[in-house]
Ligand binder design. Sequence first.
Ligand code: NAP
Length: 254
Amino acid sequence: MDLPPVGLGTMGIDDPSAIATALDAGYRHLDTAQIYENESVVGEGLADSPVPREDVTLATKLWVDSLAPEDVEPGTQASLDRLGVDRVDLLYVHRPRGGYDPEGTMAALEAVHAEGLTEHLAVSNFTPEQYERAQSNCDVALVANQIEFHPLFQQADLLEHARAHEYTVVAYSPLAGGEVFDVPEIQAIADKHDASPAAVSIAWVLSHENVVTIPKASSREHLEANLAARELQLDPEDIERIDGIEREVELFPE
Ligand SMILES: NC(=O)c1ccc[n+]([C@@H]2O[C@H](COP(=O)([O-])OP(=O)(O)OC[C@H]3O[C@@H](n4cnc5c(N)ncnc54)[C@H](OP(=O)(O)O)[C@@H]3O)[C@@H](O)[C@H]2O)c1
């Protein structure tokens, strides 16, 4: 599926005007989840915006308590009701935990897809092995795996797997929730390009094939800056220098 390089992560956004501002600034991919408890906020922002619904990729995620096979359809319907839409574009399994069962859950997701409640299916926080097991139980392509990916948590094996199996990596927490701002290597590269550490981090994430990202921002200034980071061209030596950072900061471990 064709996702824009920079979408909006909405975890923590509780004001519909931030969503409408993001759409006005040019965002066309909105990422929410049941567990963020803001699907109605995202839906309200989308409804308030003059940007047509069909121009926006709307994604949500079934939390672990909606993954038992009998809970998938009612859980999806509840999300659609909160979002105020008939279907989403992307429906994720948020984590392979709780009621998740590779056979039953994936069959239930296939049914939800056949019913037209979502355009595409995807997974999040899956290892390559978990992705393959899920896909082998599902006739519908799993178009993405949404994972934590930033300069302080580089998942080379997973990226390689995504390239080999031709699915998109949706990189979450591309700024490591702000942790990247104080990293000397990133600060130095930012100074060299007269850019911000946030822009450098996003540009490094986007320098990888098959990867799009969803930074969370609430102010218009941050929203616009993160979208503009698409334009920042890092030099090969900048990318190598960031590749060489060996701090492992995983914000959302299993
Ligand atoms: N699938 C999963 O399990 C999972 C887990 C975690 C997150 N996610 C998704 O990924 C999204 C992003 O991750 P995240 O919220 O953890 O972290 P993040 O995007 O790495 O960082 C967000 C933080 O950086 C600040 N910020 C954003 N742009 C900035 C800029 N240009 N300059 C300075 N500061 C800036 C934001 O502040 P302001 O808000 O003040 O702008 C916020 O405090 C989430 O919203 C969610 O949609 C998914």
